[in-house]
Design a protein around this ligand. Structure first.
Ligand code: NAP
Length: 240
C-alpha cells in the first residue's frame, strides 16, 4: 500500500519542493495551500507525472474551523504516514514598531497552525503506531535576528513543541523532528538584500528549496528510524 505524505503550504517554495521530493520517494501527496491555486495545480501536475496521486487541500492552517472541516473527512478514510508542517510567512519589523496584527498573525500561522493540523493527525498516527512529523523551523528560531522577534518567537516555540511532542509519542513509534533552514531561495527572500547577506553565509550562497526537501525526505525515510526530537539545520553554515 502506498503511504501518504501531507505537506502544508506546498503551492510554492520549500513546501512545493518537499511535495515533489516525497512523491519521488513513493508517497502519494496531500497538498495544502492557502491562496495560490495555480501554483498548487502546477505542483500537483509534477506529482502526477511521477505516477503518484495528489489531493489538493485549500485551507488556512491558522483557522481551526477550516482545518477541522477539511481534515476530518480525509482522516476518517486514511491516515498519512508523514506530516510536514511547513506553511508560514514573515511579517518583519522592529519590535518597537510592530503592530499586534504583525505579532499575532506570525504566531498564529506557525504555532496555532502546527497545533491545529498536528493534533488530529498525530491522534490517528498513535492508533496506527507509526508516523513521521517534520516541522519546518528556521535559523531565526535558533539564534536572534533583528526585525524578527515575532518570527523568532514562533520558530523557537516550534522547536520546543517538536522536542516535547517527540517525547510524548516515541513509545508509539512516531518520530517528530524539525528542520531549520537558513536563507533559502523562495519568495520569502524577495524583500531582502541578498547580495549583502550572501557574503555572511560561509557557503557563499543561499540554499535551494530542494536542499531543504532532501533533509525532510531523509527524516521521512527508513534511514532516519532512530532520530527523534532533533532539529537539523540546513543553513550553509550561517549558524553552527
Ligand atoms: P513561500 O515560498 O512564501 O511559501 C509559503 C507557502 O506557505 C505557500 O504555499 C503559502 O500558500 C503557504 N501558506 C502561507 N500561509 C498559510 C496558511 N495560513 N495556511 C496554509 N498555507 C499557508 O515560503 P517558503 O520560503 O517556502 O517557506 C516555507 C517554510 O519555510 C515557512 O515555514 C518558513 O517560515 C520556512 N523558512 C523559510 C526560509 C527561507 O529562507 N525561505 C528560511 C527558514 C524557514 P499560498 O501561497 O497558496 O497562500
Amino acid at each position: 500500500m502506498t503511504h501518504i505524505a501531507f505537506i502544508t503550504g506546498a503551492s510554492k517554495g520549500i513546501g512545493a519542493a518537499t511535495a515533489v521530493q516525497l512523491a519521488k520517494d513513493g508517497f502519494d501527496i496531500w497538498l495544502n495551500y492557502r491562496s495560490d491555486t495555480v501554483g498548487a495545480q502546477e505542483v500537483a501536475t509534477q506529482i502526477e507525472t511521477l505516477g503518484r496521486q495528489c489531493t489538493l487541500l485549500k485551507f488556512d492552517v491558522a483557522n481551526s474551523n477550516e482545518v477541522e472541516n477539511h481534515l476530518t473527512p480525509m482522516l476518517e478514510k486514511e491516515v498519512p504516514f508523514a506530516l510536514v508542517n511547513n506553511a508560514g510567512f514573515t511579517r518583519d519589523g522592529l519590535m518597537m514598531l510592530m503592530s499586534s496584527e504583525e505579532w499575532n498573525s506570525v504566531l498564529q500561522v506557525h504555532l496555532n497552525g502546527f497545533f491545529n493540523v498536528t493534533k488530529p493527525v498525530v491522534t490517528r498516527m498513535l492508533r496506527k503506531r507509526q508516523g513521521r512529523i517534520v516541522n519546518i523551523a528556521s535559523t531565526s528560531g535558533e539564534t536572534g535576528v533583528p526585525g524578527q522577534t515575532n518570527y523568532s518567537a514562533a520558530k523557537a516555540g516550534l522547536i520546543g513543541a517538536t522536542r516535547s511532542l517527540a517525547l510524548e509519542v516515541a513509545k508509539r513509534n512516531i518520530l517528530v523532528n524539525a528542520v531549520a533552514p537558513g536563507f533559502i531561495e523562495t519568495a520569502m527572500l524577495d524583500e531582502l538584500p541578498m547580495d549583502e547577506i550572501k557574503s555572511t553565509i560561509p557557503l557563499g550562497r543561499a540554499g535551494t528549496p530542494e536542499e531543504v526537501a532532501g533533509t525532510v525526505s531523509f527524516l521521512c525515510s527508513p534511514s532516519a528510524s532512530y532520530i527523534t526530537g532533533q532539529t537539523i539545520s540546513v543553513n550553509g553554515g550561517i549558524y553552527t
